[in-house]
Write a protein that binds this ligand. Structure first.
Ligand code: ATP
Ligand code: MG
Length: 154
Protein backbone atom coordinates (compact mmCIF):
# COMPACT_ATOMS: atom_id res chain seq x y z
CA UNK A 1 0.00 0.00 0.00
CA UNK A 2 1.37 3.42 -0.93
CA UNK A 3 1.89 6.03 1.78
CA UNK A 4 -0.97 8.28 0.66
CA UNK A 5 -3.74 5.79 0.50
CA UNK A 6 -7.40 6.61 0.04
CA UNK A 7 -9.87 4.44 -1.73
CA UNK A 8 -13.63 4.38 -2.22
CA UNK A 9 -15.87 1.40 -2.84
CA UNK A 10 -19.54 0.68 -3.33
CA UNK A 11 -20.92 -2.48 -1.84
CA UNK A 12 -24.29 -3.99 -2.67
CA UNK A 13 -24.18 -6.93 -0.26
CA UNK A 14 -22.78 -7.93 3.14
CA UNK A 15 -20.57 -10.48 1.37
CA UNK A 16 -19.10 -7.79 -0.88
CA UNK A 17 -18.38 -5.61 2.17
CA UNK A 18 -16.55 -8.53 3.77
CA UNK A 19 -14.51 -9.15 0.64
CA UNK A 20 -13.56 -5.47 0.33
CA UNK A 21 -12.39 -5.69 3.96
CA UNK A 22 -10.47 -8.90 3.21
CA UNK A 23 -8.58 -7.26 0.35
CA UNK A 24 -7.76 -4.30 2.56
CA UNK A 25 -6.58 -6.66 5.35
CA UNK A 26 -4.04 -8.14 2.95
CA UNK A 27 -2.13 -4.86 3.12
CA UNK A 28 -2.18 -4.55 6.93
CA UNK A 29 0.92 -5.26 8.94
CA UNK A 30 1.02 -5.05 12.73
CA UNK A 31 1.03 -2.70 14.51
CA UNK A 32 -2.02 -1.22 12.85
CA UNK A 33 -5.17 0.51 14.01
CA UNK A 34 -8.36 0.62 11.98
CA UNK A 35 -11.06 3.07 13.12
CA UNK A 36 -14.54 2.35 11.76
CA UNK A 37 -17.39 4.83 11.70
CA UNK A 38 -20.82 5.10 10.11
CA UNK A 39 -24.46 4.99 11.19
CA UNK A 40 -26.15 2.16 13.07
CA UNK A 41 -26.23 -0.97 10.98
CA UNK A 42 -23.92 0.46 8.31
CA UNK A 43 -21.75 -2.67 8.26
CA UNK A 44 -18.89 -1.84 10.62
CA UNK A 45 -19.03 -5.29 12.21
CA UNK A 46 -19.31 -6.93 8.77
CA UNK A 47 -16.23 -5.05 7.62
CA UNK A 48 -14.39 -6.02 10.82
CA UNK A 49 -15.39 -9.59 10.23
CA UNK A 50 -13.77 -9.47 6.78
CA UNK A 51 -10.48 -8.38 8.34
CA UNK A 52 -10.64 -10.97 11.12
CA UNK A 53 -11.49 -13.78 8.73
CA UNK A 54 -8.62 -12.85 6.43
CA UNK A 55 -6.16 -13.45 9.28
CA UNK A 56 -7.98 -16.06 11.35
CA UNK A 57 -9.84 -18.18 8.87
CA UNK A 58 -13.41 -19.21 8.75
CA UNK A 59 -14.84 -18.11 12.07
CA UNK A 60 -17.88 -15.93 12.70
CA UNK A 61 -16.85 -12.84 14.65
CA UNK A 62 -19.63 -11.38 16.78
CA UNK A 63 -20.18 -7.72 17.59
CA UNK A 64 -18.30 -6.53 20.67
CA UNK A 65 -21.07 -4.05 21.55
CA UNK A 66 -21.51 -5.66 24.98
CA UNK A 67 -18.17 -7.31 25.56
CA UNK A 68 -16.51 -4.01 24.44
CA UNK A 69 -13.53 -6.03 23.16
CA UNK A 70 -13.08 -9.41 21.52
CA UNK A 71 -9.58 -10.74 21.03
CA UNK A 72 -8.58 -13.23 18.35
CA UNK A 73 -5.17 -14.86 18.62
CA UNK A 74 -4.40 -16.33 15.25
CA UNK A 75 -1.36 -17.94 13.72
CA UNK A 76 0.54 -14.81 12.75
CA UNK A 77 -1.25 -12.00 14.46
CA UNK A 78 -3.47 -11.00 17.38
CA UNK A 79 -6.54 -8.95 16.58
CA UNK A 80 -8.39 -6.81 19.10
CA UNK A 81 -11.89 -5.87 17.99
CA UNK A 82 -13.43 -3.03 20.02
CA UNK A 83 -16.79 -1.30 19.96
CA UNK A 84 -16.89 2.11 21.67
CA UNK A 85 -20.65 2.56 21.31
CA UNK A 86 -21.30 2.22 25.03
CA UNK A 87 -18.21 4.14 26.15
CA UNK A 88 -18.05 7.83 27.00
CA UNK A 89 -14.68 9.02 28.23
CA UNK A 90 -10.97 8.64 27.68
CA UNK A 91 -10.85 6.87 31.03
CA UNK A 92 -13.28 4.28 29.61
CA UNK A 93 -10.81 3.73 26.75
CA UNK A 94 -7.99 3.35 29.23
CA UNK A 95 -9.96 0.90 31.37
CA UNK A 96 -10.92 -1.39 28.50
CA UNK A 97 -7.28 -1.75 27.47
CA UNK A 98 -7.53 0.19 24.23
CA UNK A 99 -4.29 2.19 24.59
CA UNK A 100 -2.32 -0.88 25.67
CA UNK A 101 -3.60 -2.74 22.63
CA UNK A 102 -2.02 -0.13 20.34
CA UNK A 103 1.48 -0.50 21.68
CA UNK A 104 1.96 -4.19 20.93
CA UNK A 105 2.37 -6.09 17.70
CA UNK A 106 -1.39 -6.21 17.26
CA UNK A 107 -3.97 -5.27 14.77
CA UNK A 108 -6.61 -3.25 16.55
CA UNK A 109 -10.02 -2.54 15.04
CA UNK A 110 -12.52 -0.22 16.73
CA UNK A 111 -16.08 0.65 15.80
CA UNK A 112 -17.61 4.05 16.72
CA UNK A 113 -14.31 5.80 17.48
CA UNK A 114 -15.90 9.21 16.71
CA UNK A 115 -17.93 8.88 19.92
CA UNK A 116 -14.80 9.79 21.87
CA UNK A 117 -13.18 12.86 20.40
CA UNK A 118 -9.47 12.29 20.76
CA UNK A 119 -6.69 12.48 18.21
CA UNK A 120 -6.21 8.76 17.59
CA UNK A 121 -3.28 9.45 15.32
CA UNK A 122 -1.25 10.46 18.37
CA UNK A 123 -1.67 6.99 19.84
CA UNK A 124 -1.42 4.93 16.68
CA UNK A 125 1.54 6.43 14.94
CA UNK A 126 2.59 3.62 12.65
CA UNK A 127 -0.41 2.41 10.76
CA UNK A 128 -3.60 4.36 11.33
CA UNK A 129 -6.49 3.79 8.94
CA UNK A 130 -10.01 5.16 8.95
CA UNK A 131 -12.94 3.38 7.38
CA UNK A 132 -16.19 5.30 6.92
CA UNK A 133 -19.30 3.51 5.77
CA UNK A 134 -22.43 5.30 4.62
CA UNK A 135 -25.76 3.83 3.74
CA UNK A 136 -27.25 4.99 0.48
CA UNK A 137 -30.96 5.15 1.16
CA UNK A 138 -33.65 4.37 -1.34
CA UNK A 139 -32.46 0.89 -2.22
CA UNK A 140 -34.18 -2.39 -1.43
CA UNK A 141 -34.87 -2.44 2.30
CA UNK A 142 -32.19 -4.24 4.31
CA UNK A 143 -29.92 -4.35 1.31
CA UNK A 144 -29.18 -0.72 0.55
CA UNK A 145 -25.89 0.11 -1.07
CA UNK A 146 -22.98 1.02 1.13
CA UNK A 147 -20.34 3.61 0.35
CA UNK A 148 -17.04 2.64 1.92
CA UNK A 149 -14.10 5.01 2.17
CA UNK A 150 -10.77 3.70 3.43
CA UNK A 151 -7.96 6.12 4.21
CA UNK A 152 -4.51 5.87 5.64
CA UNK A 153 -3.99 8.83 7.96
CA UNK A 154 -0.46 10.18 7.92
N1 ATP B 1 -23.77 -3.83 1.48
C1 ATP B 1 -23.85 -4.20 2.77
N2 ATP B 1 -22.73 -4.22 3.53
C2 ATP B 1 -22.79 -4.56 4.84
N3 ATP B 1 -23.91 -4.92 5.48
C3 ATP B 1 -25.07 -4.93 4.77
C4 ATP B 1 -25.07 -4.57 3.39
N4 ATP B 1 -26.35 -4.67 2.95
C5 ATP B 1 -27.09 -5.07 4.00
N5 ATP B 1 -26.34 -5.25 5.10
C6 ATP B 1 -26.84 -5.66 6.41
O1 ATP B 1 -26.63 -4.58 7.31
C7 ATP B 1 -26.28 -5.09 8.57
C8 ATP B 1 -24.92 -4.53 9.01
O2 ATP B 1 -24.72 -4.95 10.32
P1 ATP B 1 -23.40 -4.66 11.12
O3 ATP B 1 -23.61 -5.25 12.47
O4 ATP B 1 -22.20 -5.04 10.35
O5 ATP B 1 -23.47 -3.05 11.22
P2 ATP B 1 -22.72 -2.11 12.26
O6 ATP B 1 -22.38 -0.88 11.50
O7 ATP B 1 -21.62 -2.85 12.91
O8 ATP B 1 -23.88 -1.83 13.32
P3 ATP B 1 -23.73 -1.17 14.78
O9 ATP B 1 -23.83 0.31 14.55
O10 ATP B 1 -24.91 -1.70 15.51
O11 ATP B 1 -22.42 -1.59 15.35
C9 ATP B 1 -26.26 -6.61 8.48
O12 ATP B 1 -27.51 -7.08 8.90
C10 ATP B 1 -26.08 -6.84 6.99
O13 ATP B 1 -26.66 -8.06 6.56
MG1 MG C 1 -21.18 -3.13 14.92
Amino acid sequence: MTENYSEKFESDSPERTESIAGNFAMTLKPPAFVALNGPLGAGKTKFSSGIIRFFCGNLNPTSPTFSIMNRYSCMEVAINHFDFYRLKTVLDLENCGFFDSLSGENITIAEWTDIIGIDYKKFAEKGYYTVNIDIKTGGKEGNEKRFIKIEKIL
